[in-house]
Design a binder for this molecule. Structure first.
Ligand code: FES
Ligand code: FE2
Length: 381
């Protein structure tokens, strides 16, 4: 029997990505992060699932990263289990070899003519700030979205992380513009950084998506920039350094309807020594969150120095909504304004895509860094 926290049924089409769903078609129109560069040494091939479908990602001996269809055209086993040879990949089952551009090159038990007649489907792939991005849509990919906020080497050390979350990606996106949860889900971090009183939330559509603003009693404002369709940029307090904010960008990509790849890139002003080592030896955050959701332990039992404690806290709350949340049963409030706007933007764009109408071309107008906070206005108004 499914655990009680898996009990909800899907209700919103922007949640679902499997079986050719419209949300997957929309997400496929944008570059999506799919893996960390450091996990792919030359000669490495792995199978991954994105937007409900499997792919093989490999790094050739020429150091270039390549994203290809997963199933071998011969009899369909995953190419990820084969061998990387030069810039190409050879299937483990009967040895068919495909070159880096996807062309059939050598089928040992077949003729060269037959090999040259078959080709793998390839997808554009590129690397940026330690992360591999892929494009799954048709035709030419759009211009790649860069983030000057993350490229500024003077702002600190680059930290790239990827975590698989056991719940639907749209809950994770909604949470990105949910400032109030910080006071409860991550109360110890909010308090230690001086976020004492609950904010008033406002939100507006922008050229790149939406900006949510949290205004507190002293007049200070914190901005969260939600780039359509699934990117969040803001400053956050992270556990390794409670005294400094870090610039934080996060992509929430559906692996399938029930699982999300969360890829985070941070510029950490003052990284804690040994933080990377801690990540390698930590207890798996999803394992801990699952135990908590089964009531085998509580969040208070988690080692407070766990390097991904905020991820565990979020996972409990968001997987706790149901693997795919039932939004029909919600009662939204004024503090959910940004979530409401996010859903309206998605609904509008999915309807346009379905009806063949023009889609909004989300973009930044220039390369200027976006403001993530504003100090209190001192003068009387
Ligand atoms: S299934 Fe790949 S070579 Fe036969
Ligand atoms: Fe959170």
């Amino acid at each position: 029997m499914a655990p009680t926290w898996q009990a909800h049924a899907p209700t919103d089409e922007y949640s679902l990505v499997e079986n050719g769903a419209i949300a997957a078609k929309y997400l496929a129109r944008f570059w999506q992060p799919i893996a960390l560069s450091r996990d792919y040494k030359p000669g490495t091939a792995k199978r991954l699932k994105m937007l409900g479908k499997f792919y093989t990602l490999y790094r050739g001996q020429d150091n270039a990263i390549r994203l290809v269809q997963d199933r071998c055209p011969h009899r369909g086993t995953s190419l990820a289990y084969g061998w990387v040879e030069g810039d190409g990949i050879r299937c483990r089952y009967h040895g068919w070899k495909f070159a880096g551009d996807g062309r059939g090159e050598n089928f040992p038990a077949e003729t060269d003519t037959y090999a040259r007649s078959l080709c793998l489907k390839t997808h554009p792939a590129r690397e940026y700030l330690g992360v591999v991005f892929g494009y799954f849509g048709e035709g030419e990919p759009p211009e790649f979205q860069r983030f000057p906020e993350l490229e500024d080497e003077s702002a600190g050390e680059l930290l790239s992380l990827a975590v698989v979350l056991p719940y639907n990606y749209f809950q994770r996106i909604e949470n990105d513009v949910d400032e109030v949860h910080i006071h409860y889900t991550h109360g110890e971090f909010a308090g230690s950084f001086g976020l004492v009183d609950l904010p008033r939330i406002s939100a507006k559509e922008t050229e790149y998506g939406l900006m949510s603003t949290a205004t507190r009693a002293d007049g200070s404002k914190l901005h969260t920039h939600a780039f359509m369709p699934n990117i969040m940029l803001r400053e956050v307090v992270i556990q390794q350094d409670l005294t400094n904010l870090t610039m934080h960008a996060a992509w929430r990509v559906p692996i399938d309807d029930a699982n999300t790849l969360s890829v985070m890139i941070d510029r950490v002003a003052k990284p804690e020594p040994g933080f990377h080592e801690k990540l390698k030896t930590m207890v798996d955050p999803t394992e801990l969150a699952t135990k908590i959701m089964k009531c085998e332990m509580t969040l208070d039992d988690v080692d407070p120095s766990h390097p991904l404690l905020p991820v565990i806290q979020d996972t409990v709350c968001m997987a706790g909504q149901g693997i795919i949340a039932d939004r029909q049963a919600e009662h939204l409030g004024a503090s959910d304004r940004a979530i409401g706007l996010l859903r309206r933007l998605w609904t509008r764009e999915l309807n346009a895509l379905r009806e063949g109408q023009p889609l909004k071309q989300w973009r930044r107008s220039d390369d200027a860094k976006l403001a993530t906070s504003e100090m209190p206005v001192m003068a009387a108004e």
